[in-house]
Write a protein that binds this ligand. Structure first.
Ligand code: NAP
Length: 311
């Protein structure tokens, strides 16, 4: 079997096509575009790439994107003051503080910052109020990555109700909300983590397997039930030649990319899984574009709700 590749770029493009006219209608009604304030602190190169993509995508669909770049030496108080200012702003409907914050801000910094964002503007869905509403299956701004995965499953015709779903990873931003969303859609969900016994055996019981681990090519064919839908959330850059050569055959496109760039981006799922899965998300071009599309959708939703539920 060769897995059907689930094209995240195409699905993200469809979602953007749906939000664009709604954004235009909001803009016509309100006399201003929905506003997204992005806060980027420090020099993390991956964060700069993510923020650039979010900014570009937001402007392309018609949002007003307002990027606040702060130096790594910024204090937590200064970050909080900016967040409070964006909370008070009439023209900012969504606020996103790019994670991770610089380690110098302290272990609790992200939690304190996310606690400070007005839940009505929390387009990442990380604030405790919005997480609580998700737990209770109430209307909320939900975390973009798992929300995007649900869109992908639905739009790809993968049945969720009654399915056995296994989520590997229990982070606040992916694993936990993913498990909740699958459960709310009537999947029977198991959450695995670094202490799970017989991880491959548990994973191989899944009709829907979501890997959100952060370990390159960790999920091999023995983790996968033949025909399962496998969602690869991982984004891992590898620059070790021996590893790249062990994963990708000579002459393959990925090997050529490695020779050109000195590294390749891979997921948590080994490419050999394509031989056994029924459906598989590629990396890149799978979950990543959906995360950004859902951020656009959440910003529009936040704007519409703040304006009184229009739309
Ligand atoms: P995280 O906070 O580091 O959580 C990783 C989870 O994986 C933890 O729950 C951890 O278990 C589990 N884990 C680690 N090693 C394991 C092992 N050997 N066996 C079983 N479980 C193991 O990571 P995250 O923020 O959820 O992100 C996960 C990956 O997704 C990363 O590669 C990240 O870059 C990527 N990501 C992609 C997108 C996107 O838009 N495509 C968005 C967000 C994240 P414990 O809890 O026991 O430590």
């Amino acid at each position: 079997m060769t897995a059907r590749l689930l094209d995240g770029n195409a699905i993200a493009s469809a979602i953007r096509d749906e939000v664009r006219p709604r954004i235009a209608a909001f803009t016509a009604r309100a006399g201003r575009a929905p506003g997204l304030g992005i806060v980027l602190v420090g020099d993390d190169p991956a964060s700069h790439v993510y923020v650039r993509n979010k900014t570009r995508s937001g402007m392309e669909v018609g949002l007003h994107v307002d990027l606040h770049q702060l130096p790594a030496a910024t204090s937590l108080d200064e970050v909080l003051a900016l967040v409070r200012r964006l909370n008070r702003s009439e023209t900012h409907d969504g606020i996103l503080v790019q994670s991770p914050l610089p380690p110098a801000l302290g272990d609790e910094a992200e939690r304190v910052v996310f606690d400070t964002i007005d839940p009505a503007k929390d387009v990442d869905g990380f604030s405790p109020g919005n997480v609580g509403r998700l737990v209770q299956k109430r209307e909320t701004l939900a975390a973009c990555t798992p929300a995007g995965i649900m869109e992908m499953l639905d739009r790809s015709g993968i049945p969720v109700a009654g399915a056995r779903a296994v989520v590997i990873g229990r982070s606040d931003i992916v694993g936990k909300p993913m498990a909740l969303m699958l459960m709310h859609r009537d999947a029977t969900v198991t959450v695995c983590h670094s202490k799970t016994k017989d991880l491959a055996g548990v994973a191989a019981s899944a009709d829907i397997l979501v890997a959100a681990i952060g370990r390159a090519c960790f999920v091999t064919r023995d983790f996968v039930k033949p025909g399962a839908a496998v969602v690869d959330v991982g984004m891992n850059r590898i620059d070790d030649r021996a590893r790249v050569e062990a994963i990708f055959p000579e002459g393959s496109k990925r090997r050529q990319q490695f020779e050109k760039n000195g590294s390749v981006l891979v997921g948590d799922v080994h490419p050999e899984v394509a031989e056994i899965a029924g459906a598989l998300t590629p990396v890149p071009g799978g979950v990543g574009p959906l995360t950004i599309a859902m951020l656009m959708k959440n910003t529009l939703t936040a704007a519409e709700r703040r304006a009184g539920g229009a739309g």
